[in-house]
Structures are given as structure tokens and as C-alpha cells.
Write a protein that binds this ligand. Structure first.
Ligand SMILES: [Zn+2]
Length: 730
């Protein structure tokens, strides 16, 4: 349905010929992007799971309309009466508007975005002729901004001019003379309405009073740019000639009938030199680290990982945990002083990025992190050296490489909000893990936990393991990985918001859209989330405005996942209920796919947070559970903490880690065939982990079993004890 709609909208003469106002010529711009028909994105297919927004609200289901009724209205307007600006008003570097070709003379697709999407352009740099409401004001005219759920709320999904506004415009003040080279527009993001602009003109000014238009070079007339044919697909128009100015205006000429003049935009602009220092200096977005600040597709990523491996062979190892649906490998970079080995007592930690392929920042941050750790280790940085010596770090930059390739191919500005989110089968990987919450909560309601049903390491449900179960190969690869390595701590890097969300991600009340659903480890999870949010510069910026429709800074930029929006089958919940690993989701930035030139700044925003978060694996208690007689470690012993209805288990060597916030705890170690031991352990604010070791004694029954297994005779003292025990039972 949606595909058909798009196809019709694309091939209908929606924009120019046949509808032109007498005063304007129609410009058949043929820049590569404008001729590119909007391709139906995965979100648009009704078969896809709903996930237009990071908050998972369904959008496409309401977007079914009869196409025949769609018409484009063209305002009747007088000849443009604004006076042409005197030539002297223009900066001298601008070339003559009267060219002979309609193609941009020298295409400059390399001009970066001015920053409407990334919020580098502040609200007060945006202005408009009128707006329907505050929530549809010019500050909402930003590419990919997402609306709130309610119609008419404060956070609507576009700038919309008033219906009566005969000559609407949206204005951006770049604050400096800037070389404008292109414009990207989208329609309105709304689950209630359809609004998009189908054509617009562009004007420039240096003082916001005198304006000149972008001209069609062959005719010398005002250029009319073809715009959108659906609400979401970003459409790029390169200017026939880049213009140097301080202000730029988009003037919608036509829009969808029955709708309003609504758009979201990004402006492409290159800085120009200001040798006389007439304008305040543009703050340079940079990093003092000389790292590879680029977006890396699959091949480039593999190459970069190999380079890091060659640079730091003693502390790195590359391995693959499986393949994507399209056969791309899920590469992991392991970083530790003994790569390839689990050392007794050394905790394993991981970062996973890119499970939503279009949320590209996490991938680059992990590639930057591995370069940084390698380099700082070689330089002898004590913090990094300690981290690599005391922990085994696993970095999976791309859990959904197929989705990423799709997004990368489209490019950071044109990928839109959802394309590339899913794996190649259209599965949202963050809903694809086994739901272990439901069986746990059902057992809890029946009073079976923890005596009959354990409160940890819940098994995969049978339906999930059947051959016809819809489990993505990427999901399986990660589950096997989780089962193979005794991970203690993890974060799962996403994008599109600025907040850290912690489990549970699924609401306990069935079908509740949102509801606070804490785990028994609420204190630990709140601490972990606060550590990341508290060391992330963007989240801590007191002047930051909300990304889209919720202001998470009011709550310290952390939130319980289920209290935000329910996600059944999330990786965090699965990790907590199926393994020992505590995992949170980090939403790294408002922009899911920031432009390359934002990467140094984003690295600086996250560098300390990425390190500090991994160091939290030292919080709590750790130790080894051993057999008292043999001193051998006991695998799969259960560590329970009084008052916390969630246990962890020991790894093969008997070593364990139990993340805890400061306090006094009664800790019990139990294992099959051993007497249970309880001891008190104090977690302080000092850096840990606090050692809390156990030596367990075999039960007489177990000794007997082992003796009989070796064919030995039962010693008389043990036989007497057993008889006594038997007598007690009777
Ligand atoms: Zn995501």
C-alpha cells in the first residue's frame, strides 16, 4: 500500500509542470539527489514492525489514504514584488547569477550540514513568517525531529505556517557569512496528519531585510525546487550556484492539498574565511586525539580493526561471533593483556553497537575507542593500562551490518529516521531476544521463585528454539556469544535520543505501553546509568534542549526502559535474565547518523563516559568459590545476596563478580554437593571490587557419590555419619 502510494506520488507531476504560476518558471533541476526517487523505506512496509521512532510508536498503520484525492494546490500569487537587492549588498565572492547551465556549476555535496538536526543551530537562529502553534514553531523545522504523541502538543513534528499565511517562509540565521550549497527537506512527522511541501524557492540575505533569490541560470528566473512527496524521505536540492550570505530563507510555493505548509529542513553550508574578524569566531568542533574520524562501511571497518590489531598485537584479538543474514561477519575486537583467554578473577565486559543499523554513532565510537585504547596503552597511560590489565574488553561495533550498509549507502543526511534500522529480514533485533520476563513473572505470581524456579539464568523457551522460530542470525550469534563468555557488564549503544535507559525494558503489566518496571537490582542499574549520563558531556550540558519530545535532563538523563516505552524481547532484559551480565542502553545523540564532522565532538562527549562506565565493573564484590579440600574452583556455584532476588553464578574457574552499591550484604554461596556458606561482605565507596571468597565443604552424600564413582570402599567414619544422618531423617 505504502509502496504504491510512494510510486504514484513520485511519478505524478506533483511539483512543477502544468501547475506553474505565471510569474515563475519551473526549474528542472537535475542534481543527482533530486532525480533520485524516494525509495520506500523499510519502515513504510506494513509488514515491518513499527519502529519509526526510537520510542517505537507505530506510525505507518494510520497512513493509508486514497491517492486519487491527492492534488497539489498552487497559490495564486502576484509577481514577486520584493526589490532585487543592489549588487553591492552581495558579498564580492559570489559569482554572477546569470549562468548558462541549470546544473550546479561545481557540485559541492561535501558542504556539511549547518546543524539544524544536530541542534548546533540554536532555536533562536530559526525564524518564520508565521506558525500554527508553538509546537509547530520554526524551532521544530529541523530535519528528523520527532513529534510527541498528542496532536497539538508542545513538541510537534515540523514547522507549519498558519493556513492564512499567503507567503510563508522559514529562515535560518547562520550568524556568519556562510557559503550555502544545498537544502534538505522533509515533511511533517505526525501520526495524525499528512503535511509536506512539494516545492519551494530559496532566498538569501546579509541583513535579513534585503533578499535575493536563487536563480535558474538559463532563464534568470527564480528557481523553484521540487521538494517532498511523502512525510519522511529527505530530499536534497543543491543550489544552482552556492551563495555566500548570512541568512537563508525557504519559501514554500506548493504543498499537499488539504495540508499545511509544513517542513523540516537541514541546510548544507561551508564556512567562509573571515580575515578581518568581523564576526565572532565559530567554535571549532574538535578533539585533541588524532584518530580516524570518519564513517566506516563494512570494508573500511574491517581494515581499521586490522590496523589496530597490527599496531597493538599484544593486547588485541579480532574474532567473529557469526554472520549477518547477508553474510557479513559480526567482528569483535577483544582488548586485554592476555587476549584470547579468560584469566581467573578478570571480569569480562562488552560494548555492543549498531543493533539498529542506522544508529551509526555507536559504531564509530567503538572504532575510536579501540584506536584510543591501543594508542594510550602504547604510550603507557596508567588508566588505560590498568583497564586493559584488569578487564577483558570485547567491542562489537556492528551487530546489524546489513542495516548499516543500507544507511551508509544513503548517507548521513539523507538516510532519514528509520531506513537501515532493521536487519535484512526486517527484524528489529532489539525485540528479537527471547522474552524471559513473562515466564519469570508468571512463576513469581505463583510464588515459585526462587525455590522452584530460579531468579536467574532462565532457560530459552522451547518455542524460541524451534526451527520455524523467527530469530535473526544476528540475534542467535549474540546469544551464543553471551553464553560462551562470562560477561559481567555491558552497554548497548543506540542513537536518536540523549538518555541512558536501564532494564527492565518490558512492562510487567501486559500490554501497558509504559510503566516503571524495576529489576531487583534497581540501585545498581540506576548507578550504572548515572555514571554514563554523568560523565557524558552532551547529557551534562546544562543548556541543552530536548532532542525531540521528552526532556530527559529533568531526570538526570536516565530512565527505566519500561517507564519510557515497553520493549518485549530486548537485549538488556535477556542479558539480565539469561546470563550474569548487567546491560544498559545508551542513546548517544539526538541525531542517529551525525555528519562526519560531528564525530570529533561526539568522541569528546563520550570518551570519558566510555572508560568510566567500564571501570564500574569494579563496583561490588568479587571472588572465587573453591572446594575446601582440593582448592579447585567450583563452576556454576550460585551467589545470592540477601534482599536482592536475583542471583549470579560462578564461571568455570569458580570466579564470580556481583555488582553492588555500597552497603553491608549477607552473601551466600551454594553449589550442588556442597554445604552452603553465608558470610557478610561490606562494599565501601573505595574502589573495589571487595574480595569475598568462599570455601565450600562437600556434603557427605557427595563424598560418598564420588567415592563410589571411583570404585573405592566407603571409610568407616563416613559410613557412620551417613547412618546417623539417615537416622535423623527417619
Ligand atoms: Zn536504537
Amino acid at each position: 500500500m505504502w509502496g504504491l502510494l510512494l510510486a504514484l506520488a513520485t511519478f505524478a507531476p506533483a511539483v512543477d509542470v502544468g501547475l506553474g504560476a505565471p510569474s515563475t518558471s519551473v526549474l528542472g533541476l537535475t542534481s543527482p539527489a533530486t532525480t533520485k526517487a524516494p525509495v520506500p523505506t523499510p519502515r513504510s512496509s506494513p509488514a515491518q514492525p513499527s519502529a519509526g521512532k526510537e520510542n517505537g510508536t507505530s506510525e505507518q498503520h494510520v497512513r493509508i489514504r486514497v491517492i486519487k484525492k491527492k492534488k497539489i494546490i498552487m497559490k495564486k500569487r502576484k509577481k514577486l514584488t520584493r526589490p532585487r537587492p543592489p549588487v553591492t549588498a552581495r558579498p564580492s565572492v559570489t559569482t554572477s547569477p546569470a549562468g548558462t547551465l541549470d546544473l550546479p556549476e561545481k557540485q559541492e555535496p561535501d558542504c556539511p550540514p549547518l546543524g539544524l538536526e544536530s541542534l548546533r543551530v540554536s532555536d533562536n537562529q530559526l525564524d518564520a513568517s508565521s506558525s500554527q502553534s508553538f509546537g509547530l514553531g520554526p524551532h521544530r523545522g529541523r530535519l528528523n525531529i520527532q513529534s510527541g504523541l498528542e496532536d497539538g502538543d508542545l513538541f510537534d513534528g515540523a514547522w507549519c505556517a498558519e493556513q492564512q499565511d499567503a507567503e510563508p517562509w522559514l529562515q535560518v540565521d547562520a550568524r556568519h557569512p556562510t557559503r550555502f550549497s544545498g537544502i534538505i527537506t522533509q515533511g511533517r512527522n505526525s501520526i495524525w496528519r499528512y503535511d509536506w511541501v512539494t516545492s519551494y524557492k530559496v532566498q538569501f540575505s546579509n541583513d535579513s531585510r534585503t533578499w535575493w533569490g536563487s536563480k535558474n541560470r538559463s532563464s534568470g528566473m527564480d528557481a523553484i525546487f521540487p521538494a517532498n512527496s511523502d512525510p519522511e524521505t529527505p530530499v536534497l536540492n543543491l543550489l544552482p550556484e552556492p551563495q555566500v550570505a548570512r541568512f537563508i530563507r525557504l519559501l514554500p510555493q506548493t504543498w499537499l492539498q488539504g495540508g499545511a505548509s509544513c517542513l523540516r529542513a537541514e541546510i548544507l553550508a561551508c564556512p567562509v574565511s573571515d580575515p578581518n574578524g568581523l564576526f565572532p569566531e565559530v567554535p571549532v568542533l574538535g578533539s585533541s586525539d588524532s584518530l580516524d574520524f570518519r564513517h566506516h562501511d563494512y570494508k573500511a571497518m574491517r581494515k581499521l580493526m586490522k590496523q589496530v590489531n597490527e599496531q597493538c598485537p599484544n593486547i588485541t584479538r579480532i574474532y567473529s561471533i557469526g554472520k549477518s543474514h547477508q553474510g557479513l561477519k559480526l567482528y569483535v575486537m577483544e582488548m586485554s593483556d592476555q587476549p584470547g583467554e579468560h584469566e581467573l578473577g578478570e571480569p569480562e565486559v562488552r560494548y555492543v553497537a549498531g543493533m539498529h543499523g542506522n544508529e551509526a554513532l555507536g559504531r564509530e565510537l567503538l572504532l575510536l575507542l579501540m584506536q584510543f585504547l591501543c594508542r594510550e596503552f602504547l604510550r603507557g597511560d596508567p588508566r588505560v593500562t590498568r583497564l586493559l590489565t584488569e578487564t577483558r574488553i570485547h567491542l562489537l561495533p556492528s551487530m546489524n551490518p546489513d542495516g548499516y550498509e543500507t544507511a551508509f549507502h544513503r548517507g548521513s543526511e539523507l538516510v532519514g529516521w528509520a531506513e537501515g534500522r532493521w536487519n535484512h529480514q526486517g527484524i528489529d533485533l532489539n525485540h528479537n531476544f527471547a522474552d524471559l520476563n513473562t515466564p519469570l513473572w508468571e512463576a513469581e505470581d505463583e510464588g515459585l521463585v526462587p525455590d522452584t524456579v530460579p531468579n536467574h539464568h532462565l532457560p530459552l523457551p522451547t518455542y524460541y528454539t524451534l526451527p520455524n522460530a523467527t530469530v535473526a542470525p544476528e540475534t542467535w550469534a549474540v546469544i551464543k556469544w553471551m553464553q560462551r563468555i562470562p560477561f559481567v557488564l555491558s552497554a548497548n549503544l543506540h542513537g536518536g535520543e540523549l538518555v541512558v535507559s536501564y532494564p527492565f525494558d518490558m512492562t510487567r503489566t501486559p500490554w501497558a505501553a509504559r510503566e516503571l518496571t524495576p529489576t531487583p537490582d534497581e540501585a545498581v542499574f540506576r548507578w550504572l546509568s548515572t555514571v554514563y549520563a554523568g560523565t557524558n558531556r552532551a547529557m551534562q550540558d546544562p543548556d541543552r534542549r530536548p532532542c525531540h519530545s521528552q526532556d530527559f535532563s529533568l531526570y538526570g538523563s536516565i530512565i527505566n526502559g519500561a517507564d519510557w516505552h515497553t520493549v518485549p524481547g530486548s537485549m538488556n532484559d535477556f542479558s539480565y535474565l539469561h546470563t550474569n551480565c548487567f546491560e544498559v542502553t545508551v542513546e548517544l545523540s539526538c541525531d542517529k547518523f551525525p555528519h562526519e564532522n560531528e564525530l570529533p565532538q561526539e568522541w569528546e562527549n563520550n570518551k570519558d563516559a566510555l572508560l568510566t562506565y567500564l571501570e564500574q565493573v569494579r563496583m561490588g564484590i568479587a571472588g572465587v568459590v573453591r572446594d575446601k579440600d582440593t582448592e579447585l574452583g567450583i563452576a556454576d556455584a550460585v551467589i545470592s545476596v540477601d534482599g536482592i532476588n536475583h542471583d549470579v553464578t560462578t564461571a568455570w574457574g569458580g570466579d564470580y563478580w556481583r555488582l553492588l552499591t555500597p552497603g553491608d550484604y549477607m552473601v551466600t554461596a551454594s553449589a550442588e554437593g556442597y554445604h552452603t556458606v553465608t558470610r557478610s561482605c561490606r562494599v565501601t565507596f573505595e574502589e573495589g571490587p571487595v574480595p569475598c571468597n568462599f570455601r565450600l565443604t562437600k556434603t557427605p552424600k557427595q563424598r560418598l557419590r564420588e567415592l563410589l564413582a571411583t570404585g573405592a570402599k566407603v571409610p568407616p567414619d563416613l559410613r557412620r555419619r551417613l547412618e546417623r544422618l539417615r537416622g535423623q531423617k527417619n
